[in-house]
Design a binder for this molecule. Sequence first.
Ligand code: COA
Length: 170
Amino acid sequence: MNPNFSNNINTDIQFHCAWDKRSSLVFNPALIKELYELDFQNGAYPWGLAAWQDFLQSNEYYFLAFLGTARHLWGLALFMALPGEITAHLLKIVVHNEQRKKGWGERLFKESTAHLKTLGFSSIYLEVGAENHPACQLYRKMGLQELRRVPRFYSDGKDALIMSTGLPAL
Ligand SMILES: CC(C)(COP(=O)(O)OP(=O)(O)OC[C@H]1O[C@@H](n2cnc3c(N)ncnc32)[C@H](O)[C@@H]1OP(=O)(O)O)[C@@H](O)C(=O)NCCC(=O)NCCS
């Protein structure tokens, strides 16, 4: 975990975009394991450790935001963000279940999208479980519009809603 993090929840969100040369975060196996554990224990359709390792180590086209303490990661947002594209794809947003309903999800979304705007993105796209009420409400509050419903999108047979929003011009 980043040594600048105190034991109290850090109010600063750390950002990392693999292809943006201004991003300075150096990934280490311990941080990737913490991202995996947060997702595995609290996420909607969690990835395995190998998927996290592959994604962050061999794929350059992502934007990651996270916050936490010296000991625990409390929240993350992960986007597919291809240079030259205008739409960033939200893959995951996860807040630890002990830290929910405190505004962290909203901050992760708002600050990530503000950062993505500075990288040239002008819209956001995502899929969400149609029955995932907290996430659907968060996205509606963030201004996302439902584009369509995809039956049996997920491996467990559940439907997804496809949602998107434009980002206001800088
Ligand atoms: C979705 C998630 C990230 C929200 O994080 P959070 O930090 O609890 O959310 P916030 O406290 O910032 O809440 C922001 C808004 O989200 C909505 N929301 C959050 N939790 C909610 C709940 N349990 N029920 C209804 N709406 C909820 C509300 O609109 C809320 O605004 P309000 O406080 O003015 O009502 C969190 O519930 C989570 O990690 N869920 C599991 C992972 C997941 O499903 N991710 C989405 C996959 S697509």
